[in-house]
Each structure stands twice: as structure tokens, then as C-alpha cells.
Design a protein around this ligand. Structure first.
Ligand code: ADP
Ligand code: MG
Ligand code: MG
Length: 207
């Protein structure tokens, strides 16, 4: 189907972007973590990209669920279950295909699951700081401003980018970076950054 092919293209673009940003993400994690975020994400998205043959014949919800389970099985660290488990759970919202409505439901379910698992509020210097404004902007753009999904997604990416910049001055209160206390201030969060890269590639593929 057209939607499946678009998803496979998005997966390939995300995997390629993560590969090219591997050392960047690891550098960010070396400043406030354990210097493995680039490797973790790269391992996971390579594994996903290697599954594109299996994606043939899958409905989009099943395909997205498989992306989630593959990430859980291959990323590891804090990010693995947060990304993978949340994608897996949120995939249920895509039963019947991807529409403006189901994409909003997916985004909201994904954010809810990340918050549920990680217990990080906005401002804890985590991926939640990029994700929350992105999801809220996407939902509002579609449901309130009646914008087309692609325009809404572009706005969501801008919001995520502001969220990433917002992590820099924060003191981490969740995840490994919180062990550093005030010394985490002045550094950009790796997981918020990888979240932005993924959203940028989804937008790029859809455009
Ligand atoms: P680890 O910290 O186990 O080495 P990674 O380096 O792959 O795992 O991922 C680190 C990222 O995970 C952080 O930059 C942050 O964005 C995210 N993260 C860590 N803990 C949480 C949490 N409790 N809630 C949300 N995101 C978190
Ligand atoms: Mg790490
Ligand atoms: Mg680690």
C-alpha cells in the first residue's frame, strides 16, 4: 500500500539520519551521560532498517508495532524501552490506517506512554521536553487550526527544535544526567535531540 511504502521510506531515512548523527548523539551523551546514545540508537534503527523485507504485507499498525519491538530488542539503555515500548503501545491507534485523526491519537498515546514509563515532567531535561511541545502543537494545528497534517507536522518539528534548545539551560532531574546535578546545566539533552532528528526525517519523507 501507499502508506506502507511511505512508512518504509521514513524508516530508511530515519535510520540513515541516526547513522550520520551517531557520533553527534554520542558526544552529547558523553557530556552528561555514559556516551552511548548514538550507538544505542544506531544499533536499534539499523535493526529496524534490516526488517524492511518483513514489512511487506503488513498493515501499518502491525508494521509500526514491529518497529517498536525491534527498538526494544536492540536499543537498550533508558531510551530503548521509552522509544520502543511507546511506539509499540501507540501503534494500536493506527489500526485502519494513517489519517489526520489517527496520527494525532498515535502522537498523544506515544507521549502518554513515554511519560508513564519515564515519569519525567517537562523541564527534567529529557526527550519529554522535545516531545511535549511537538505533540501539543501537532494536535492543536490539526484539531483547532484545521491545518493539513504536513503543515501541522512542520510546526511540530519547529516546536521540538525549541524544546531541544530549552533543555540546554536545564538542570537534569531524570535519567543518568540527573547524577550530575548542576553540572548538567549548559548541555543539550541527547534523547531530546534524537527525538528531533526522527521528527525531521518523518517530515522530510512526507514532504
Ligand atoms: P542511558 O541513559 O541508559 O545510557 P541513552 O543514553 O540511550 O540511555 O538515552 C539517554 C536519554 O534518555 C536521555 O538523554 C533522555 O532524553 C532519555 N531519558 C532518560 N531517562 C528518562 C526518563 N526517565 N524519561 C524520559 N526520558 C528519559
Ligand atoms: Mg547513555
Ligand atoms: Mg547507557
Amino acid at each position: 500500500s501507499v502508506q506502507r511504502e511511505a512508512l518504509v521510506a521514513a524508516v530508511e531515512n530515519v535510520a540513515a539520519r541516526i547513522e550520520s548523527e551517531k557520533s553527534h548523539l554520542t558526544d552529547l551523551d558523553s557530556a552528561i551521560g555514559d556516551a552511548d546514545h548514538g550507538n544505542n540508537m544506531h544499533r536499534g534503527f539499523q535493526a529496524v532498517a534490516e526488517k524492511t523485507d518483513e514489512f511487506e504485507g503488513m498493515d501499518v499498525d502491525e508494521l509500526v508495532k514491529t518497529i517498536g519491538t525491534t527498538i526494544i530488542g536492540n536499543v537498550g539503555g533508558a531510551a530503548g524501552p521509552l522509544y520502543g515500548g511507546s511506539i509499540m503501545t501507540a501503534s494500536q491507534e493506527l489500526e485502519g490506517g494513517i489519517t489526520a485523526e489517527t496520527s494525532v491519537a498515535f502522537a498523544e498515546a506515544y507521549l502518554e506512554k513515554v511519560k508513564d514509563r519515564g515519569d519525567a515532567p517537562v523541564g527534567a531535561k529529557t526527550m519529554v521536553d522535545a516531545l511535549t511541545p511537538a505533540v501539543h502543537t501537532y494536535k492543536k494545528s490539526i484539531e483547532h487550526d484545521d491545518l493539513p497534517p504536513l503543515t501541522a507536522l512542520a510546526k511540530a518539528v519547529d516546536a521540538a527544535e525549541r524544546g531541544v534548545n530549552f533543555t540546554v539551560p536545564l538542570r537534569a532531574s531524570k535519567g543518568r544526567a540527573s547524577f550530575l546535578g548542576w553540572r548538567s546545566v549548559g548541555h543539550q539533552d541527547p534523547g531530546a535531540t534524537s527525538t528531533l532528528f526522527i521528527l525531521e526525517e518523518i517530515l522530510d519523507t512526507a514532504s
